[in-house]
Design a protein around this ligand. Structure first.
Ligand code: HEC
Ligand code: HEC
Ligand code: HEC
Ligand code: HEC
Ligand code: HEC
Ligand code: HEC
Ligand code: HEC
Length: 318
């Protein structure tokens, strides 16, 4: 009897530990909203949807408009994953066919929920809005250009703040810009201009492919801001950073932009100027080492003294 208990205990412990990640995963991945959302996603999550046509009394299969498709995997990774669809959309959407007037309904904007809320104070929503309103996008297109244009309501998640992998952050953030600047259909929602190819307009950058994978568009196109993590004031092209030394130098602008979050925490460890950048890249000019600099001065000095002594000796010998 006692022997059995001894065997049972580790077995129970083992089962518990084994289930632990599964339990945690379940909690994180499937929020309570999921079962409610499934009622919408059974249509908006699939390429084909079905409905019952009462007039002819049969099931109809149809194609979902690709612009109305929502990737549920992305949705449940997003900031707003705990939301039910009808937190942002009218509950009348539960009926199908949807009432035609529903498309006229005004949408919430970010500040409606996040404005003045202590919980989100560290994001500085008000300051971000102020910067956005002064950006080219907003000044040229006023109300048509909303925060949602860059922050997809069904997939946006914070990246720069909590992702340690700088490479992933760069791709994520650049994809936001490229969703218009490399996609004429979304771009022309706002303008009749043709969309110049960013690869062509940036040909002046040497090894452009490398630069585009190592820095973000916003590094060169926004005004640096001390208070907020991600600067939002996208400026006219004339004001964009073009000078190589802005990054390839000791006080590289990248420390105030791309590496801002890290740079506050581990500034100048190990004697490297801009040590944070070095974890990811070696940028010519930006990553000189203080100690190496001192050593090179000493070597240079000793060589110089050597040459002088040598010259004096030769002079005396003559
Ligand atoms: C039976 C399939 C089906 C279900 C269920 C469904 N929808 Fe739709 N939805 C559609 C179709 C099809 C459209 C395209 C426009 C139309 O036919 O009304 C659409 C359009 C929309 C639009 C875009 C309207 C516009 O013109 O901008 C929104 C928003 C929307 N649905 C939200 C929802 C929400 C929220 C739910 C769940 C509460 C939901 N839908 C459930 C099929 C469905
Ligand atoms: C955080 C708020 C929010 C949540 C949650 C949300 N939506 Fe939306 N949805 C929006 C906004 C805002 C737009 C308009 C986007 C725009 O104008 O660019 C939109 C647009 C849409 C559209 C029209 C297509 C488009 O992209 O413009 C459909 C369809 C839709 N939502 C369905 C859903 C469904 C289904 C869910 C739940 C799985 C859902 N939404 C959850 C805010 C939300
Ligand atoms: C309908 C109200 C509503 C709207 C509109 C809304 N949010 Fe949120 N947002 C919330 C709530 C509530 C949470 C917390 C969700 C949770 O914890 O599950 C949240 C979470 C977030 C977070 C994550 C915070 C964290 O610490 O993880 C960010 C970032 C965010 N929202 C940004 C935005 C942006 C940007 C917009 C506009 C493009 C926006 N939100 C629009 C209500 C809203
Ligand atoms: C031109 C595109 C664009 C527009 C418009 C835009 N944003 Fe952003 N926003 C970004 C990018 C890119 C990021 C960086 C995403 C990341 O890595 O977390 C970001 C990040 C954020 C963050 C997270 C910052 C942090 O500290 O972690 C918030 C909050 C935010 N935006 C709010 C807004 C609000 C509010 C608006 C409208 C007033 C807006 N954004 C409009 C591109 C845009
Ligand atoms: C929703 C679509 C959209 C998104 C997303 C977007 N842009 Fe734009 N952008 C435009 C449009 C449209 C214009 C043209 C404005 C005009 O001249 O009418 C523009 C103009 C610009 C300009 C000014 C060009 C000039 O002629 O002076 C720059 C720079 C720019 N965008 C950079 C960015 C960056 C950086 C991002 C990402 C943070 C971004 N854009 C995201 C649509 C977008
Ligand atoms: C190294 C700095 C740098 C980076 C990184 C960068 N740009 Fe630029 N960009 C510039 C400069 C400088 C100009 C002005 C070029 C000119 O006037 O010919 C420009 C021009 C532009 C224009 C206006 C082009 C036109 O002719 O209308 C757009 C739009 C633009 N950039 C978008 C982007 C996007 C999107 C990204 C990210 C994929 C990006 N830029 C990355 C520096 C940069
Ligand atoms: C926005 C910041 C920024 C600007 C502006 C910038 N660079 Fe760079 N540059 C980088 C980064 C980041 C790397 C990547 C370092 C790495 O990881 O290898 C890089 C890499 C390089 C490389 C190394 C390429 C290789 O093959 O390894 C050269 C050469 C270079 N840049 C030249 C220039 C020149 C010339 C200019 C001006 C016309 C310029 N850069 C402007 C940030 C910048």
């Amino acid at each position: 009897m006692q022997k059995r208990q001894i065997y049972l205990l580790p077995a129970l412990l083992f089962t518990f530990l084994w289930c632990l990640p599964v339990l945690c995963l379940a909690e994180e991945e499937i929020p309570e909203s999921a079962s409610q959302n499934q009622k919408c996603l059974k249509c908006h999550g699939q390429r084909f949807y079905f409905y019952h046509n009462e007039f002819v009394g049969k099931e109809v299969k149809d194609r979902m408009n690709p612009y109305f498709l929502i990737d549920s995997a992305q949705y449940y990774k997003s900031n707003h994953r705990s939301f039910v669809c009808t937190d942002c959309h009218s509950s009348d959407y539960r009926n199908f066919p949807h009432d035609g007037n529903l498309r006229m309904e005004p949408k919430f904007n970010c500040l409606d929920c996040h404005g003045g809320d202590e919980t989100y104070a560290h994001f500085h929503f008000e300051k971000i809005e102020e910067e956005f309103l002064a950006s080219v996008h907003s000044t040229k297109h006023s109300e048509d250009f909303t925060c949602w244009m860059c922050h997809n309501p069904h997939s946006y998640r914070i990246s720069a703040r909590n992702n340690e992998n700088i490479g992933e952050v760069i791709v994520y953030d650049n994809d936001i810009c490229l969703s218009c600047h490399a996609n004429i259909e979304k771009y022309q929602l706002l303008t009749n201009l043709t969309n110049p190819n960013v690869l062509v307009t940036h040909e002046w950058l040497p090894n452009q492919a490398l630069h585009f994978s190592k820095v973000r568009c916003i590094e060169c196109h926004t005004e640096v801001d001390r208070d907020i993590l991600v600067a939002h004031k996208v400026q006219e092209k004339e004001k964009a950073v073009r000078k190589c030394v802005e990054c390839h130098s000791q006080n590289s602008l990248l420390m105030a932009t791309l590496y801002k979050f890290e740079s506050v925490e581990k500034r100048s460890s190990l004697g490297f100027f801009n040590a944070t950048i070095l974890g990811e890249h070696y940028i010519i000019g930006a990553n000189r080492n203080y100690y190496l600099n001192v050593v090179s001065f000493i070597v240079f000095g000793l060589t110089f003294i050597g040459i002088i002594i040598h010259a004096i000796l030769r002079f005396i010998n003559k």
